[in-house]
Write a protein that binds this ligand. Structure first.
Ligand SMILES: Nc1nc2c(ncn2[C@@H]2O[C@H](COP(=O)(O)OP(=O)(O)OP(=O)(O)O)[C@@H](O)[C@H]2O)c(=O)[nH]1
Ligand SMILES: [Mg+2]
Length: 200
């Protein structure tokens, strides 16, 4: 007899939403997708090479030896009937052209930030603001980084009022899941408001 337990992502009536995990170089995008994914995540890591030293901005991430060159992919079931497909973007400027492809049809995005290099997430914030893709900023609290409150980060990034800022640890599944739930709730509200605007 077929199992009565049907996983959300295997159920054809389940809703699957596309979410991007973006942000600057080495901020923890691959780590976040890997920690929350219930399937073995797809990764496209390559060694940081000497040739790349001339073009890659690795300041502040000295101990990093690999980088994402195409994307990360993972999946998480938020609740029965609702699965998220997670697409982690590459962090380095030379892979920007991949972002347009990845962002097609996305419900929203997580912009990961590291307060020691906050300016690295400006391009991602700009990118989603210009395309009107709802996003939340998730501050990945690296040990040793000065703790800032969500309000401080929101002000420093000059975010539109209402854009959520969440503190998280990208290595922790529950923490990552909380970020994704905040995003789905926020993006849902934003899309509904726009829909109502367009018909009124
Ligand atoms: N201490 C600490 N280390 C972390 C955290 N998140 C990620 N790391 C480490 O930081 C490094 C960068 O993580 P990645 O997940 O590869 O970063 P990324 O944003 O995918 O990097 P690119 O794809 O190269 O842009 C790795 O060595 C992780 O182990 C964190 O929350 N705390
Ligand atoms: Mg990566």
């Amino acid at each position: 007899m077929a199992s009565e337990h049907v996983e959300a992502a295997d159920d054809i009536s389940a809703l699957a939403l596309k979410i991007l995990v973006a942000g600057g170089f080495g901020v923890g995008k691959t780590t976040l997708v890997g920690s929350v994914s219930e399937i073995r995540p797809l990764r496209t890591e390559e060694l940081l090479s000497e040739a790349g030293q001339l073009v890659d901005d690795t300041d502040g991430v000295d101990r990093k030896v690999t980088t994402t060159v195409a994307m990360d992919f993972g999946r998480i079931t938020i609740r029965s009937g609702l699965a998220l497909y997670l697409f982690g973007t590459p962090g380095q400027d030379r892979f920007w052209f991949i972002w347009d492809e990845l962002s097609q049809g996305a419900l929203g995005a997580v912009v990961l930030a590291d307060t020691r290099r906050l300016e690295d997430c400006f391009p991602a914030v700009d990118y989603f603001e210009h395309r009107r893709i709802p996003f939340v900023v998730a501050v990945n609290c690296f040990p040793g980084a000065r703790p800032y409150g969500a309000q401080d980060v929101s002000r420093a990034l000059d975010l539109d009022q209402g854009t959520p800022v969440v503190l998280c640890d990208a290595r922790d599944r529950d923490s990552g899941k909380e970020v994704l739930i905040r995003l789905v709730e926020y993006a849902g509200r934003m899309h509904t408001a726009r829909l109502l605007d367009s018909v009124s």
